[in-house]
Design a binder for this molecule. Structure first.
Ligand code: SF4
Length: 319
């Protein structure tokens, strides 16, 4: 397959390019935490949460230190921060912390609509779990997606149920596949999250996850590195040597191979983590995000490869 002409000499379809194409200007995500919980924490399907979860996040921690200022205030703070750097930027209100479809339909609708009314907001991203999408919520999301640029971000992390059982995900991969299909049937954009470096997973298993999600007709992907955070269940396993973080070289190699497997038009929303240094135990190399992204770009160029080079719908090329 020929190399597509991605913007900025990139070898993958970046979120920046997708936003420029859709809105004609830079549009940034503004993360908000409106105080939802999670069925994997409140006892509905579990109380311990995912082993890497710190305050409702597989990133470095809760937004706003776990406080929940009013939604309008949170977006105003984010708008100010973003516009200091990019004065004309639009905002995607990103319901980020915990499970953002886990509430009554009335409350959800009110919060989503309130976010859309804030100055500069031109779309919504809603992060959730596939087991928290009942029919009334799907209807609200379908309505919203007709009105605005809506993306539902679904955690999957891995397609391998054995790995998922080990870290306590609380649903099986079939649940994800069905939820993604129900969203897509309603014309709703879906972005899947994967995590590389989960305990016990080989590189081949991580590639198999990328290969399978490439077959589902999804719109976007976020690829994360497993972060070992203070105060999580993973911390003890890390300290006893049972969990070994990925090396930078191995992570870059895996991500490059995953990018090759993705459909050329799937938006690559993230290729590394972000967050506060004080919560991170390992791997510390991930703090230098620019070096990680630069390493991925360099490796793609060195191998003369790109997003979709090994993608073939229905018959994926082997890595
Ligand atoms: S689904 Fe998200 S919020 Fe819930 S336990 Fe797992 S990482 Fe935490």
């Amino acid at each position: 397959m020929d190399r597509p002409a991605y913007a900025g000499n990139k070898r993958y379809y970046s979120l920046y390019e997708a936003m420029m194409g859709r809105f004609g200007r830079r549009v940034m995500k503004a993360g908000i935490d409106v105080g939802f919980t999670c069925p994997n924490l409140d006892g509905t399907c579990g109380t311990q949460g995912c082993a890497f979860c710190r305050n409702g996040s597989s990133g470095y921690g809760a937004l706003y230190g776990g406080n929940h200022p009013p939604l309008a205030e949170q977006l105003a703070v984010q708008r100010e921060r973003i516009r200091q750097k990019w004065p004309d930027a639009g905002l995607i209100a990103y319901f980020q912390a915990h499970t953002n479809t886990y509430g009554s339909p009335e409350t959800l609708k009110q919060l989503y609509c309130e976010a859309l009314e804030q100055e500069g907001v031109c779309g919504l991203s809603i992060a959730t779990r596939p087991d928290a999408l009942p029919e009334p919520v799907l209807e609200i999301l379908a309505d919203l997606s007709r009105q605005t640029y809506l993306t539902v971000e679904l955690g999957l992390q891995t397609i391998h149920d054995e790995t998922a059982r080990r870290f306590g995900r609380g649903y099986d991969t079939l649940c994800f596949v069905r939820a993604a299909a129900r969203l897509k049937e309603r014309g709703i954009r879906v972005c899947v999250h994967l995590i590389n470096g989960l305990p016990g997973e080989s590189r081949e298993q991580m590639l198999a996850s990328a290969r399978m999600v490439s077959e589902l007709g999804l719109d976007g992907i976020k690829i994360h590195l497993l972060h070992i955070l203070k105060g999580t269940r993973l911390e003890a396993d890390y300290r006893t040597g049972q969990v070994v973080p990925m090396s930078k070289e191995s992570y870059i190699d895996t991500v490059v191979r995953q990018i090759e497997l993705l459909p050329p038009d799937m938006v690559v929303e993230r290729l590394t983590g972000d967050g506060m240094r004080e919560h991170l135990l390992a791997p510390l190399w991930s703090l230098d995000k620019i070096a990680v992204l630069g390493g991925i770009d360099r490796e793609l160029a060195f191998r003369d490869t790109w997003q979709g080079k090994r993608y073939a719908a229905g018959s994926q090329g082997q890595p």
